[in-house]
Design a protein around this ligand. Structure first.
Ligand code: SF4
Length: 361
């Protein structure tokens, strides 16, 4: 069995670690490119959401490299994510791709879920499984820490791409890490290098932008046009509303965090109940960023994503009530880098001018 998985952001490091420790032969999905997107667009239904199209392209590229099994989550509604695995399975079948699926979802009952978990465990002992899970989890926390620190360091880098070089080395270290101390060593080295760049006295002067929206687009660098890097390079401290750890806690019941559930309640005056995806959370995060004194919020919306369309419809009211400017970027296969850059730069200029006026009293 040669297994592949849907990539998103830096989560690949933890997923690969888990699969490798469970003894699987892995075919890592090639990094997403315009080719990946074109393949997905060609075969997915026109109105499917963007993450479905990109991951479909990822699967086909992995199959071309020899993958014969796809690991995927499924059954998480009420948005279309619940149907992803099934839709993609049928598309690949119609294209005559002969692949097996390990779909982790409850929609086909517990027995089916356990069967799929057994395939994933691959005959390993409980001790091996627990060890593999713990190491993968530590890698999740590590990639998040690397990402968070990079966002503070980028506005101070001595030359363009300096922080990306640090990240690349740290990720390589994590890929090779076999235990907790290896991971700690990688993090220590990374932190030493980045802390030399960060000027704490100037942090407060930076324009601060929160990034909210649908989880795949917020976390996947290719899909969001590397928005955090772009903003960092023009001197902005861009913080995500959530990182990979939070998504695991939201979508995997065994990791559920009460704290995250509580935080969403702040959005209830605007959206009473969950509308699927991150719809309600987008509003909660925007309010949270406003209360933390951020200068603006960027809302990432995959075109046709219903949960985010609902949040967009109330975002203007939230922006007025909390006096925080927001910019919604709707992203699909037609979106171009030039358009994104122009809108980002105009938004940042506006926030900078506003901040200057505020600081001048
Ligand atoms: S949240 Fe939106 S983009 Fe994501 S799966 Fe659901 S409908 Fe699609």
């Amino acid at each position: 069995m040669k297994i592949t998985y849907p990539p998103f952001g830096d989560a690949r490091i933890a997923i690969e670690s888990l699969l490798r420790d469970l003894g699987h032969d892995i075919v890592p999905p090639p990094p997403s490119t315009n080719r990946t997107l074109s393949i997905g667009v060609k075969y997915a239904p026109e109105f499917a959401c963007l993450p479905l199209k990109i991951t479909l392209g990822n699967y086909i590229e992995s199959i071309e490299k020899g993958a014969d099994t796809i690991l995927m989550l499924g059954g998480i509604g009420p948005c279309r994510f619940g149907y992803y695995a099934e839709v993609q399975r049928r598309i690949l079948k119609n294209l005559d791709y002969d692949v097996n699926w390990i779909i982790l979802d409850l929609s086909n009952g517990w027995i089916n879920l356990f069967k799929n978990i057994r395939k994933l465990i691959n005959g390993k002992s409980i001790i091996t499984v627990v060890k593999a899970l713990k190491l993968a989890w530590k890698k999740v926390l590590a990639v998040d820490e690397i990402d968070k620190t990079a966002r503070r360091a980028r506005p101070f880098e001595r030359y363009k791409g300096q922080v990306d070089e640090f990240i690349k080395e740290a990720h390589r270290g994590l890929e090779l890490a076999e235990n907790f101390s290896d991971i700690d060593r990688v993090l220590d080295e990374y932190s030493e290098r980045t802390s030399k760049l960060i000027d704490s006295n100037l942090l407060d002067d930076l324009v601060k932008i929160g990034i909210v929206g649908e989880f795949y687009v917020v976390l996947d660098h290719f899909t969001n046009f590397e928005i955090a890097r772009r903003l960092g390079e023009i001197g902005v401290l861009a913080e995500n509303a959530f990182y990979i750890e939070d998504i695991v806690r939201i979508y995997f019941p065994i990791f559920k965090s009460k704290d995250l559930e509580e935080k969403v309640k702040i959005a209830i005056p605007y959206i009473k109940r969950s509308v699927g995806g991150e719809g309600q959370r987008t509003i909660a995060h925007t309010i949270e960023f406003a209360e933390r004194g951020f200068d603006g919020v960027i809302h990432l919306l995959p075109f046709t994503c219903m949960p985010e369309i609902v949040s967009e419809s109330v975002l203007e009211r939230v922006s007025k009530d909390y006096n925080i400017p927001t910019l919604t970027l709707s992203i699909d296969e037609q979106t171009g880098l030039v358009g994104i850059n122009t809108r980002l730069e105009a938004f940042v200029d506006m926030l900078r001018a506003k901040k200057k006026r505020r600081l001048a009293g």
